[in-house]
Ligand binder design. Structure first.
Ligand code: KG4
Ligand code: ZN
Length: 342
């Protein structure tokens, strides 16, 4: 019988639970927290409280939808970090409690590794395409922007990283100054479709590290453009929203692609994946697919449900760790900053 894993994710503002049998996803339940929208960003204390309210019904629903009772679970995989400490504490404590009560082994998972390994989840009615090792993964989320060389499910090397803001942060912060709701990424994505990506020019970074990123200069240049234009015309943002979004998005994509292409050339790797919340961006997905067609890469663009935070990715990471006997001690605690990917 294949291994059955219960995955639990609670690192930021989504509470999620998933059941995986082998690499096949039986359920993946996500409760998103609406409470943060009115504040224009995630409020950590409110996130922890919402996780507390959501976690029991979310886990219960994931087991029911999968048609699996708790005694059939071989291991409980949970997100240890990185993320908001209070949010991580809820998932970790719950996973520990469930582990003790039912005598089920506990497996810690790095959230970032989870995003990358989401490429190995299959669906009950079809297998999804899986990259071959070693492959390169552009990991773009709200908190991280990295180029990772993935040698095996458990052996990954960060070869490039942002030195300041993450790509998702650039989307969210620029959206905020335009008065758009949180999270800004999906809103900019939608508005950008109506705009001209060449309407505005924003600063592109010159970063020393060959495969490193920077987004804070772009953010500042975006802010200055807005400030100067608003002085002339108070309705500037309202009138130019679509063009601003299209230009911002295309600049972010150019920055991301530039270093990714360099990395593939330098390492001679042609299996290229994207992962993390920003990999939901329609412009980025198209640009990576197009770069792949031109350069002879095999590109791996995740299904939308596996881009933003979800427990399926935690369960698949747990699956690989459990198979290697990597069981966590019950004394384990969450870590807000887990810079190392393993
Ligand atoms: O991976 P994720 O769900 O959470 C973290 O681990 O951070 O990523 C969230 C980020 C947010 O910054 C959000 O704005 C961005 O992903 N995002 C997008 C899109 N959908 C989500 N950014 C651009 N375009 C999108 N369609
Ligand atoms: Zn994430």
């Amino acid at each position: 019988m294949d291994i059955t894993i219960l995955g639990i994710e609670s690192s930021c503002d989504d509470t999620s639970a998933a059941v995986l049998r082998g690499t096949t996803l039986l359920s993946n339940v996500i409760a998103s927290q609406a409470v943060h929208v009115k504040y224009g960003g995630v409020i950590p204390e409110l996130a922890s409280r919402a996780h507390q309210q959501n976690i029991i019904p979310v886990v219960d629903t994931a087991l029911k939808e999968a048609g699996v009772s708790i005694d059939k679970i071989d291991a409980i995989a949970f997100t240890r970090g990185p993320g908001l400490l209070g949010s991580l504490l809820v998932g970790t404590s719950f996973a520990k409690g469930l582990s003790i009560a039912n005598n089920i082994p506990l497996v810690e998972v790095n959230h970032l590794q989870g995003h990358i390994l989401s490429h190995f989840v299959d669906l009950p009615d079809r297998e999804l395409p899986h990259p071959e090792f070693p492959f390169l993964c552009l990991l773009v989320s709200g908190g991280h922007t990295q180029i990772v060389k993935v040698n095996s499910p458990l052996e990954m090397e960060i070869i490039g990283s942002t030195i300041d803001d993450a790509a998702g942060e650039a989307f969210d912060k620029c959206a905020k100054v335009m008065g758009l709701p949180y999270p800004g990424g999906p809103v900019i994505d939608r508005l950008a479709k109506e705009g001209n990506p060449k309407a505005f020019t924003f600063a592109k970074p010159h970063v020393k590290g060959e495969f490193d990123y920077s987004f804070s200069g772009l953010k500042t240049s975006f802010l200055y453009t807005l400030r100067d234009e608003i002085k002339q015309d108070a309705d500037f943002v309202e009138k130019n929203k679509a063009d601003l979004c299209a230009s911002l998005q295309s600049t972010i994509i150019d920055i991301l692609l530039n270093k990714l292409i360099k990395a593939t050339k330098s390492l001679g790797i042609k299996d290229v994946a994207i992962a993390g919340g920003v990999s939901a961006n329609s412009g980025l997905r198209e640009a990576v697919a197009e770069a792949g067609r031109r350069r002879g890469w095999r590109t791996f663009i995740p299904e939308l449900k596996f881009t933003t935070d979800n427990a399926a990715m935690i369960a698949i990471s747990g699956y690989y760790r459990y198979k290697q006997g990597m069981i966590s001690d019950l004394g384990i605690s969450p870590v807000a900053r887990l810079e190392e990917i393993l």
